[in-house]
Design a protein around this ligand. Structure first.
Ligand code: FES
Ligand SMILES: [Fe+2]
Length: 334
């Protein structure tokens, strides 16, 4: 196989924010079991309405905290009722009548676009993934599809900047050249203003709004979450592909359809239509590649000029801070 440190590696990933569970599935005082990047966690929502992530197994005897109970912003183990606060410190051992000096590892969490995200390190060094164009906007977001793919998240992500395949797979006879740029040290962007494609179904679909240019922008976080912005000059659709690696270097993902919030009633209806159209756009691109992701053994042995964006993406992934699957311990520099 290849000689990459992190890219397409089945047991490594970039330190960052990863989606964990939809916000709606975690009500106040609820606790759920989530396995994220090989690590078993218990996620709960405290009485303050905030979400908390803690390593799953109780340091007393290993019971799973998802069997336990939320008290205030702390969690009490079901088995012998030891209690741990939001920082993971033991604050009560009922049979002793006092706490013990033991701790559980906790992880930063945040919510955005209807999703709970977990930061896989100490203090978060970067903002949550966002659509650059909507950075300072309040947004409406709904979930599109939830999916699994039989290949690595990096490989799924590459699809969005694989210039040649827009023509060969998606019937978009466009001349695509991606400009590369950095949003911050953890996020990169590729953008393109395309012309042509008169005969394609997608261009016909957006024909009523379409003058002569189609915008296509792609941003990546941690090589694993990407946002696509696509549309004619004056109306852009935004889709986030939130991916995470599962056992054996496979992919579990969720698409999130996003648009900026518009004023009450009329705006709400307008946004439902926009988000429905966004879903149509997403489906158009999703359907052509399904089978490829089942069987591909990614190995870019013969890159050509048109693959330049892919090579840049790989270089970006290789520069980021790499963590080991399951332990979340940094990979030592070679
Ligand atoms: S296993 Fe958690 S309190 Fe005993
Ligand atoms: Fe594709």
């Amino acid at each position: 196989m290849s000689d990459y440190k992190t890219f397409n590696h089945p047991e490594r990933f970039i330190e960052g924010w990863y989606w964990a569970i939809p916000s709606k599935q975690l009500k106040v005082r609820q606790v759920k079991s989530v396995t994220l990047l090989g690590r078993d966690l218990a996620l709960y929502r405290g009485e303050d309405g905030k979400t908390y992530a803690i390593d799953a197994y109780c340091p007393h005897m290993g019971a799973h905290f998802a069997e336990g109970k939320v008290e205030g912003n702390a969690i009490r183990c079901f088995f012998h009722n030891w209690k741990f606060d939001a920082c993971g410190s033991c604050v009560d051992v009922p049979s002793l009548g006092k706490p013990l000096a033991v701790e559980v590892q906790t992880w930063p969490t945040a919510e955005k676009y209807g999703m709970v995200w977990v930061w896989t390190g100490d203090a978060p060094k970067h903002p949550l993934p966002f659509v650059p164009e909507l950075e300072n906007e309040e947004c409406d977001a709904v979930f599109g599809s939830h999916f699994v793919k039989n290949c690595h998240p990096n490989v799924v992500m590459i699809n969005a900047i694989d210039a040649q395949h827009f023509n060969t797979v998606h019937n978009l006879p466009l001349k695509i050249v991606f400009d590369y740029g950095e949003i911050n040290e953890n996020a990169i962007a590729f953008s393109n203003t395309t012309r042509g494609g008169e005969n394609s179904l997608f261009i016909k679909l957006i024909r009523p709004f379409y003058k002569k240019e189609v915008t296509y922008k792609m941003c990546y976080w941690y090589g694993s979450t990407g946002t696509v912005t696509v549309g004619p000059d004056f109306f852009h659709f935004h889709i986030m592909f939130a991916l995470r690696m599962t056992e054996g270097g496979k992919t579990e993902g969720q698409t999130i359809l996003i648009t900026k919030k518009r004023s009450p009633f009329g705006g709400w209806i307008f946004n439902r239509v926009v988000l429905w159209l966004t879903q149509m756009v997403g489906n158009y691109f999703a359907k052509g590649d399904t089978q490829i992701f089942q069987t591909i053994k990614f190995d870019l042995r013969t890159p050509i000029k048109e693959d330049r964006a892919i090579v840049q993406f790989i270089q970006h992934v290789e520069q980021e801070k790499s963590l080991n699957w399951r332990s979340w311990i940094p990979v030592k520099a070679r």
